[in-house]
Design a binder for this molecule. Structure first.
Ligand SMILES: CC(C)(COP(=O)(O)OP(=O)(O)OC[C@H]1O[C@@H](n2cnc3c(N)ncnc32)[C@H](O)[C@@H]1OP(=O)(O)O)[C@@H](O)C(=O)NCCC(=O)NCCS
Length: 188
């Protein structure tokens, strides 16, 4: 578990302690609300919207380590960010997981994203995975900076992968990058 209690900035949120812990099925409603906020920003994810609270609860109830893992950052009992790892199930891909991370807007820039990504790496190492992979929109410079800082490297570029305004706002497309962190040096 990662703990942090920033003390050097004036906003009230900065004085609130937060922790990173494994998600539980009872977190589903709050996780859903957090996801909706990120989707509403429109700049990070490529899906059409947040998963329903019911489907998130079902996923968390039945989550098998062979399928993946979800950790939340929590302040005052409320999720303020999450990281999830998906494993495909195929034996030829069993050595890797695909990562998604997000932090609520007012909590950004305080190390929460870093702590979540570190929790993901620790979980992957404990499961003896060899590689963490993710997709990121080329314009998401903040997320790319975070990933590079943690050692992720670009593995490939998907040209014009994402429609910037899918609801009739023109024909602009954005590249998506595949980035990955090799864990082979860290295997226990
Ligand atoms: C990307 C995201 C998870 C980062 O979370 P965070 O809690 O703000 O990250 P941290 O505070 O741990 O930042 C760690 C480092 O990441 C980089 N970084 C994070 N946000 C950045 C930004 N907006 N611009 C530049 N660098 C940034 C910096 O290197 C930073 O280190 P520094 O503070 O010493 O400069 C967060 O901005 C977010 O949720 N964005 C919306 C969702 C999203 O884009 N998810 C990723 C989809 S692929």
């Amino acid at each position: 578990m990662v703990r942090a209690m920033p003390t050097d900035t004036p906003a009230s949120a900065d004085r609130v302690p937060w922790v990173v812990r494994a998600a539980r099925s009872t977190d589903a409603e709050a996780w859903h609300a957090l996801q909706r906020g990120i989707y509403a920003e429109g700049t990070a994810f490529v899906g059409d919207g947040a998963a329903s609270a019911a489907s998130l609860a079902a996923r968390l109830r039945g989550l098998d380590p062979r399928e993946g893992h979800v950790s939340l950052a929590v302040a005052r009992g409320e999720p303020i960010g999450w990281v999830e790892l998906h494993r495909g199930g195929a034996r030829r891909l069993a050595h890797l997981a695909v990562v998604t991370v997000a932090v609520a807007p007012r909590w950004r820039g305080r190390g929460v994203g870093t702590a979540l990504m570190e929790a993901a790496r620790r979980w992957a190492t404990s499961r003896r995975l060899r590689k963490l992979q993710l997709h990121v929109r080329a314009g998401n410079t903040g997320a790319i900076a975070l990933y590079r800082r943690l050692g992720y490297e670009v593995e490939g570029v998907l040209r014009d992968q994402v429609a910037v305004a899918p609801l009739g706002g023109g024909h602009a497309y954005e590249d998506e990058w595949i980035m990955a962190l090799q864990l082979t040096a860290e295997r226990p």
